[in-house]
Design a binder for this molecule. Structure first.
Ligand code: KG4
Ligand code: ZN
Length: 366
């Protein structure tokens, strides 16, 4: 079953073709980072206008890179929330137009659920994407087109990523820091969330405080490489709760920067970046492991843009007593392959939407 995924919830216009919820046949992402970086953050009106300009070329390219025609596509999966209303509308309307014109079924996807399903996508041959040692990688058929015969997709051996339920999902993105218990496909229970800034938002704001540019996560990670986490910054443990809070940390960083004249010295900026990153990672890792033990899950699944952070993944892989799955970095940040992977399980469950599918900007999960 081949699904076309479409994603336009924020500042990436993305389309992908995925087979059987696992095999990425094409994955096209048009990023708007260069446009928004000059404003220091995402400008919603510009984002939706940019999606309008790029959605048709991006979908066409995903189809041509997959070497498929519309007859080869079995369904369309599109993000309908949460996200920016104007941005979501472009993807949802594109998906409905294709569905109507090509008589294909459509399913609306929760962006947060899609982030989790990035963990189902098979590891690329490069070995990117982390699977902790406890999980043996079973053989899984990879679908590739046999160009010489011009025939149908054929199976070749490929590594896959095995997920065992119940599992605990940590979704850390620009808008969310959610701990979600997943008991099966489509069965989610939210255990914790951020009470103020999301983890990615905190990285973005900290980078602004440190004059490191946008997006903040990769900028902080780069700066932290040459620093040491030696500066005193607080950790909000929020005992007896699975919630997170990062706004106090951000404010503490701001005060430290003012008091210590950090911006005048590049090595102090590096130390501040390393200290901030360490404070976020400590809390995310400790609280995730605590919840995993309490709910006796079999596995931990990391996802969302912040999961691209090496320090976070290394710490979680090192300290978790349970198997941990982390998608490769390009599948942690927004993409449509994860939307298509999630769509496959929706269609398997008979979850099909009508042409009245609408955007839900404040949609939550569990
Ligand atoms: O999932 P995502 O691409 O979009 C949303 O759904 O929000 O996440 C974007 C967020 C941004 O806040 C960005 O700064 C953060 O993910 N991010 C990172 C890294 N790469 C992206 N944060 C920390 N370390 C990274 N390497
Ligand atoms: Zn996202």
């Amino acid at each position: 079953m081949r699904i076309l995924g479409i994603e336009t919830s924020c500042d990436e216009t993305a389309a992908a073709v995925v087979a059987n919820g696992r095999e990425t046949i094409s994955n096209v992402v048009a990023s708007q980072i260069d446009i928004h970086s000059r404003y220091g953050g995402i400008v919603p009106e510009i984002a939706s206008r940019q999606h309008l300009l790029t959605i048709v070329p991006v979908v066409s390219r995903a189809m041509s890179e997959a070497s498929v025609s519309w007859q080869d596509i079995d369904g369309i999966a599109v993000t309908f929330g949460p996200g920016l209303a104007g941005s979501l509308l472009v993807g949802v309307n594109m998906a409905k137009a294709i569905a109507l014109a090509k008589q294909l079924p459509i399913t609306g996807i929760n962006h947060l659920e899609a982030h989790i399903y990035a963990n189902w996508l098979a590891s690329p041959p490069s070995g990117e994407g982390r699977v902790s040692k406890e999980i043996p990688p079973p053989a899984f058929p990879k679908l590739t087109r046999d160009e010489t015969r011009g025939g149908p997709l054929v199976a070749t051996p490929h590594l896959s990523r095995d997920v065992s339920f119940p599992c605990l999902c940590l979704i850390v993105s620009g808008g969310h820091s959610d701990l979600v218990l997943m008991r099966g496909h489509g069965q989610f229970e939210k255990l914790g969330r951020t009470r103020d800034d999301a983890a990615g938002e905190a990285f973005d704001k900290a980078a602004r405080i440190l004059n490191l540019g946008y997006p903040g996560g990769p900028a902080i990670e780069r700066a932290a490489i040459s620093g040491t986490p030696c500066l005193p910054l607080p950790r909000a443990w929020l005992k007896d709760s699975h919630d997170f809070s990062f706004s106090g940390l951000k404010t503490a960083l701001w005060h430290l920067v003012q008091k210590e004249g950090i911006l005048t010295n590049a090595s102090l900026v590096a130390d501040a970046a390393a200290s901030f990153q360490s404070a976020v990672v400590d809390v995310l890792v400790a609280k995730t492991i605590e919840a995993a033990k309490e709910f006796e899950v079999r596995q931990i699944l990391l996802s969302g843009g912040v999961a691209a952070n090496k320090s976070l993944t290394e710490h979680l892989l090192n300290f978790s007593p349970l198997p941990v799955l982390v998608p490769p970095p390009h599948l942690c940040t927004d993409n449509a392959a994860m939307v298509a992977a999630c769509g496959y399980y929706h269609f398997q469950n008979g979850q099909v939407d009508g042409y009245d599918l609408d955007v839900v900007p404040s949609l939550s999960l569990g």
